[in-house]
Design a protein around this ligand. Structure first.
Ligand SMILES: NC(=O)c1ccc[n+]([C@@H]2O[C@H](COP(=O)([O-])OP(=O)(O)OC[C@H]3O[C@@H](n4cnc5c(N)ncnc54)[C@H](OP(=O)(O)O)[C@@H]3O)[C@@H](O)[C@H]2O)c1
Length: 268
């Protein structure tokens, strides 16, 4: 499968590396272009991708075109470049840019348009992406999209209207978990445990616990019940979190983030 990247920064490189490492694309099937050429040169050095002469050439060379530049540059795609995408799949990772805004740039030519919210663990093949199509996809379009996104980790189809809340969960999620580890380390330090060791304990406990949840048929409450004993230490921790407002705080923070996602996609 020939895949072309318009934009070759952090996200573009993560996807290209994933496609190469997973064997979905050979070097000669990868094409890229970037604004100054520096991102494209880095991608070419890391994956063996060919740096295309122009966006039009890249689109003509590729079966699947991945838009991985900044969201405000979507309209820099010219009509001639858009026409070259006739019959191809265009996948966008541009945060906040709707399928309608992609359609107003690419028109009806592409076989389908896909809007994706990836996340940064994609850099190590542990990403989670959420995505939606403009039109009901054919089996081929579904399988191509799942193959491309699968090279980053896992991928789940959602309705475009659900992408705001999905963005908060899988797009912002890594920053949320990093913040939790950072907070635990700071607090542990106040209790006399070395910050770096505390961060390791928190990180590895998080990985193990979430992996257990993922592999288990139990729901979170059943796994909580396995840890809690009446009036024990975990009971004290969870009771304090609940009575001191954690559920309300999570609701407010999630609503603020969803509102911001809606606002940004309206502005875009
Ligand atoms: N990073 C994340 O966690 C994340 C998560 C979800 C979605 N996204 C989305 O992914 C997209 C890319 O983010 P990023 O973090 O990879 O950005 P980045 O590292 O800043 O890379 C942007 C790339 O776009 C190129 N570029 C800029 N203007 C261009 C234009 N007009 N035409 C073609 N290429 C152009 C740049 O070229 P040069 O290299 O030559 O400067 C660079 O290669 C964004 O739309 C963002 O919303 C990112």
């Amino acid at each position: 499968m020939k895949v072309g990247f318009i934009g070759a920064g952090n996200m573009g490189r993560a996807i290209a590396n994933g496609l190469k490492k997973s064997g979905v694309c050979k070097s000669e099937e990868l094409f890229c272009i970037s604004a100054s050429g520096s991102g494209a040169a880095r991608m070419a050095a890391a994956t063996g991708a060919t740096v295309s002469e122009s966006k039009k050439e890249l689109i003509e060379q590729s079966d699947v075109i991945i838009l991985a530049f900044k969201p405000q540059h979507l309209e820099s795609i010219s009509e001639e470049e858009a026409n070259a995408a006739k019959g191809k799949i265009v996948i966008s990772v541009l945060a906040g840019r709707t399928l309608d805004s992609m359609k107003s740039v690419f028109g009806d030519g592409p076989s389908n348009l896909v809007r994706v919210m990836p996340n940064t663990p994609s850099q190590i093949g542990k990403g989670v992406s959420t995505f939606c199509f403009l039109k009901e996809p054919s089996d081929d379009e579904t399988s191509t999209t799942e193959t491309v996104l699968g090279s980053l980790g896992t991928a789940y189809a959602v309705e475009e209207s659900q992408l705001h809340i999905a963005t908060v969960i899988n797009g912002c999620g890594p920053a949320f978990y990093f913040r939790i580890v950072q907070l635990i380390a700071e607090i542990a330090d106040e209790h006399g445990l070395n910050k770096d060791l505390a961060a390791k304990l928190a990180c590895e406990t998080g990985i193990g616990s979430l992996e257990l949840l993922n592999q288990s048929e139990s729901d979170p409450q059943e796994l909580i019940d396995e840890v809690v004993s009446p009036n024990g230490v975990t009971h004290a921790l969870l009771t304090s979190l609940n009575t001191n407002g954690m559920p309300a705080l999570m609701r407010t923070a999630t609503k603020d983030a969803v509102d911001r996602s809606i606002e940004l996609s309206r502005k875009a």
